[in-house]
Structure formats: C-alpha cells, structure tokens
Write a protein that binds this ligand. Sequence first.
Ligand code: URA
Length: 229
Amino acid sequence: MRLDRLLCLQPMWNRRTSLTLLAQGKVRVDGLTEYDGNTDVSLFRRVEVDDQLIQPGQQALYMMLNKPVGILSATSDLVHKTVMELLPEDLASQLHIAGRLDRASSGLMLLTNDGQWSRRMTDPELKKPKTYLVTTGNPIDSDTARLFAEGIHFPYENITTSPAELEQLNSHQARLTIYEGRYHQIKRMFGRFRNPVVGLHRESMGEIRLDNGMAEGDYRELLKGEIEG
Ligand code: URA
C-alpha cells in the first residue's frame, strides 16, 4: 500500500492533513523521515507519525527447507506430519508455504511471512522456472522432450502448459524445468505417456537452488541475494 493511502485510512486524518504531515516531515518509515506519499509501505515496514505508531512493522522471514518424502506441505493435518512440524512452533506459526509439493515429492520448499513475495514466486503469469529431478516407472519415451517443449494440453482446466525443458539423464531419469505449478503438473505431463512418476525432487525455484549441504528436513534462512533474485 502507498504511504499516503495508509495515512488517509487512519480515522483522525483526511487526505489534506495526511499530505501536510508528510510535507512537515512528521512521518517516519523504518525510523527515517519520509516525505514521499508514493512510498510503498508493505506490512513489514514500521510507520510512525509524531512518534505515534501507525503500523508496527514485522520482521520479514524467508526460509528454504529440504522437504523429505512423506511429509505434507500444509500448515496442519490430522493424519500426516506437515512441513511446519519440522520447524520450531514460534517460527512455523508465522510462515506460509510459497509453492507446494506433493506428499510423495521431496526437495526445495520456500516458506515466508511475506505474501507479496510468495505471490511473485508462484504466479504462473511470471513464468519462474522450477527444476525437478524426475524418476519414472517406465523408460522415458523418445517423444517426451519434444511434446513437453510444445506444451501439454490439460483438458480439465483447458490450458496448455508452457514450453518445458526436459534433459534426459538415463532411461528412467530426467531433469525437467517447468514454468508454472499446476496441480500435480509433472505427474499429469508424464501421464500423457502413461508413464508413472515414481520419484520427484525439486532442485530450484527461480534463482533459488536447494542448498546441497542441507540434509532432509533441514531448513535455513534465505540469503539476501536469494530473496531478491
Ligand atoms: N508436479 C507434481 O506432479 N508434483 C509436485 O509435487 C510438483 C510438481
């Protein structure tokens, strides 16, 4: 939200008084005087007017986790253990998942309390690459790479997947890069060849690669460059 809009939303000020407060240098964002009403003040920024706290600000958190097979990517579940149970409770209670993985899949999961950032990471329109190591039950058909590159039509949603890149590693394994995250997307893409996916491991999302040094179930904060990438 813009700073001037946040100020106008306060019951004690209208648009004119809000602009006056800004012009008089009475508004501080994250401790610094701010004159520009166009400034974006996400939930994570602390806004004060004349030392009166308008928006408390919150520390932005960005984590990566190496999800093991069998763990559910959900906040809570009555039956299965969830990724949130791999984190300390006070941390988990603040976070949401940016891009789910099936229970049988493993690898990179991103967790944050920044809704704008997670929307950017997962918005299919932004076409961020996601790379997976795929293991299949049957040998990979020689037409697979070509048809994935052309896009696979999903009749239920009536969409065609964005061109995906398949690098075959051996008869039953490939590295696949897709640009959306549709429901069971990779299983359904291989389903077109009646080839069951028996192993699926996410290696990267956008510029963020799963840290090789992380064991299954480990998590760590993202580095500045990873968050911005
Ligand atoms: N595609 C799938 O089918 N499953 C996943 O977990 C991720 C992508």
